[in-house]
Design a protein around this ligand. Structure first.
Ligand code: ATP
Length: 361
């Protein structure tokens, strides 16, 4: 169904409640629809006022995100319910994710068998399979964008969020971009080669590797080192950290972290890989005996959370310094650096990669 753009203000129809999170170009707040009492998440995105303005996102880019989201209807993809626009901002009223991020949920557990981890992974894969069948690539799959609808239920439902970098892939049209987060991006992104749905599958390989071991396969000391590790395909399954991992799980990851995009498994192929869909009882039993490395995983997650907030704080500190030095014009640029794995700005390729949206596509 077509989604109408409301001319009025969001507050006429929704009561705005507390802040749930923030992105590069605005905040996300919990809200309640006045007529029904149902809760949603309202994502506020500042848009640029004019061509000369450097603050906020190009309106056309938000419209692209909306254009993609409005047609998606799948249990594992966050839904867009409503849309408001004014001169300086757009407000997306989204399905509310009450359960927080999947990785935080897992980190709180005592223990997790591969079988349980596969339950989550299969949901991610079904969401991605749905997107890819519609020729949409997400291009920003990473733990922060995998949330749970609710967590106090027997089988929490996963939803993929943040379609800010997503693209509709047209037949015969080449799409290139230098956007993404170093740890999760595929080699073709770094090489500025054509991207495809296979680019998402690389990220799923990285996410699975982390989920099982608590280690990030390509993480270097700096972003530049991480990128170079990705290009070299330099990863291994260190026995010490993968002793509890099944061979089938490793095979699954090996078929995703393949340099040549065409040789990677597709989402549909992943869903019938024997690790996800066991063919025999013996295979099924192996999955329930193998478990994820919780100690490492908790460490990874704590470090990840710390970095996210550290980067936010250091970006804000830089912003304050820059404001003192040269007025306010660098605000967007500074805030856009938030996702870096390192604190200082350099002139290496990672600087390009972090410059999301404003210079992509
Ligand atoms: P980024 O800076 O990563 O590009 P963004 O501006 O695109 O972010 P989102 O990632 O969509 O914004 O949202 C920012 C944060 O707000 C999320 O990390 C999450 O904590 C929270 N959030 C987003 N959507 C929802 C939702 N539907 N329900 C609950 N919380 C949400």
């Amino acid at each position: 169904a077509a989604l109408a753009l409301h001319p009025g203000s969001v507050e006429e129809l929704y009561e705005l409640l507390e802040t749930l999170g923030s992105g590069h170009f605005g905040v996300v707040r919990r809200c309640r629809r006045r007529s029904t009492g149902v809760f949603y998440a309202a994502k506020f995105i500042k848009t640029r006022r004019g061509r000369g303005s450097r603050r906020g996102l190009e309106r056309a880019q938000v419209e692209r995100e909306v254009g993609i989201l409005r047609d998606l209807q799948h249990p594992n993809i966050m839904r867009l319910h409503d849309l408001f626009a004014s001169k300086s901002q757009m407000v997306l009223v989204l399905e509310l994710m009450r359960g927080g991020e999947l990785f935080d949920f897992i980190a709180e557990k005592e223990m997790l068998s591969e079988e349980e981890a596969i339950g989550f992974l299969a949901q991610i894969l079904r969401g991605v399979q749905y997107l890819h069948a519609r020729h949409i690539a997400h291009f920003d799959l990473k733990p922060e964008n995998i949330m749970l609808q609710d967590k106090d239920v027997p089988e929490p439902q996963i939803k993929i969020i943040d379609f800010g970098l997503a693209q509709k892939l047209e037949d015969g049209v080449t799409f290139k971009s230098l956007c993404g987060t170093p740890q999760y991006i595929a080699p073709e992104v770094i090489n500025y080669e054509p991207l495809s749905s296979a680019t998402d599958m690389w990220s799923i390989g990285v996410i699975t590797y982390i989920l099982l071991s608590g280690l990030s396969p390509f993480q270097g000391e700096t972003d530049a080192e991480t990128l170079s590790n990705v290009l070299d395909g330099a990863y291994e399954f260190e026995e010490h950290h993968f002793s509890q991992t099944s061979e089938m799980a490793k095979d699954f990851i090996r078929q995703l972290l393949v340099k040549e995009p065409r040789e990677r498994m597709t989402a549909s192929e992943c869903l019938v890989h024997p690790w996800i869909k066991p063919l025999s009882r013996k295979q099924a039993a192996k999955r329930s005996r193998s478990s994820i490395n919780m100690k490492n995983f908790r460490k990874f997650n704590a470090r990840r959370k710390w970095k996210l907030s550290y980067n936010m704080v250091s970006a804000c500190n830089r912003l304050c310094r820059m404001r003192l030095l040269c007025g306010q014009r660098t605000e967007d640029e500074e805030l856009r650096g938030c996702e870096s794995e390192q604190e200082d700005e350099g002139s290496h390729p990672a600087t390009l990669l972090r410059r999301r949206r404003s210079s992509c596509s």
